[in-house]
Each structure stands twice: as structure tokens, then as C-alpha cells.
Design a protein around this ligand. Structure first.
Ligand code: ABT
Ligand code: MG
Length: 140
């Protein structure tokens, strides 16, 4: 297993409910190190660009509006097998299908307002980290 980095976003439904600390605790308990983190308020254009891969999906407009509605916390998590491990800690996209103890099971409100985003593969992790962070901001 290799040490990887992955891009995580704590979404507006979670920052609004002051869940940043509780969610970070879950990452750290799973052995993921937060090597970069910042709170930002995305513009609709920035959120639209980040989710460009979903442009043709019926929920794209709603997703972009939601992600730009209130601040998010963007972060880089590092650890062994970080991409898959983070997705395990997050749980299934739809909280109804998420396993007990996962972030989405405990905190997500719906499939849209599902509290966290995590990169899904090595290539997307690289692109998504570069979208939000410069090399100088990554402190291993
Ligand atoms: P993640 O587990 O979040 O990576 O979702 P994944 O990419 O596996 O699943 P899909 B279904 O592609 O969802 C992409 C993002 O779109 C959001 N979404 C999804 C909605 O807002 N409404 C919907 O009806 C659906 C199906 C959830 C995912 N957000 N993120 N991150
Ligand atoms: Mg995804």
C-alpha cells in the first residue's frame, strides 16, 4: 500500500451545522492526516468548474447552487491508501445506503446534501488537489 493524498470537501450542509471538527475527528481516527485545509466560499462559477464532469447530469444545477450557497472546508488528506480509506469513512453517496459509523450515515441530510466530497481515483485526486491548493500550501 502506498502513501496517497486525496481531496476532501466538507460541504455547506455540514459547515452550517458546525460539524467540521466532528468530521475531522473521523478522518484522524481512521489514520488520515490533514496536511492542508482552508475554509472558502465558492462562487457559482468555481463550483460549476469543479463539478464539470457532472455537467450533463440532471442534478448539476442544484449541486452547483448548493456548493456555492455557504462556505465549505477544502482539505488534503494523506495516508496509506488515502483515496479508498477516505471513501470508506465517508460512506455511500446516498446516506440511506451508508454503513453505520460513516460520516454520511451520521450526518448527511440527503443524497445532495451529503456533508462530504472525496476524490474517487488517483488521477482525479491529483487534479482536484491542484484545483484548490498550490504546492506551497501542502505541509506533509
Ligand atoms: P461521491 O460518493 O460523492 O463521490 O459520489 P459519486 O461520484 O460516487 O456519485 P454520483 B451519483 O456520481 O454523485 C456525484 C455528486 O452529485 C451529488 N448528487 C448525486 C446530487 O447532488 N444529487 C443526486 O441526485 C445525485 C445522484 C452527490 C455527489 N456529490 N459529491 N461530491
Ligand atoms: Mg464522485
Amino acid at each position: 500500500m502506498a502513501i496517497e493524498r486525496t481531496l476532501s470537501i466538507i460541504k455547506p450542509d455540514a459547515t452550517r451545522r458546525n460539524l467540521t471538527g466532528k468530521i475531522n475527528q473521523k478522518f484522524e481516527d481512521a489514520g488520515l492526516r490533514i496536511v492542508a485545509q482552508k475554509r472558502i466560499h465558492l462562487s457559482p462559477a468555481q463550483a460549476g468548474k469543479f463539478y464539470e464532469v457532472h455537467k450533463e447530469r440532471p442534478f448539476y444545477g442544484e449541486l452547483v447552487e448548493f456548493m456555492a450557497s455557504e462556505p465549505v472546508v477544502v482539505q488534503v488528506l494523506e495516508g496509506e491508501d488515502a483515496i479508498a480509506k477516505n471513501r470508506e469513512v465517508m460512506g455511500a453517496t446516498n446516506p440511506e445506503n451508508a454503513d453505520a459509523g460513516t460520516i454520511r450515515k451520521e450526518y448527511a441530510l440527503s443524497v445532495g446534501e451529503n456533508s462530504v466530497h472525496g476524490s474517487d481515483a488517483a488521477e482525479t485526486a491529483k487534479e482536484e488537489i491542484a484545483f484548490f491548493f498550490s504546492g506551497l500550501e501542502l505541509v506533509g
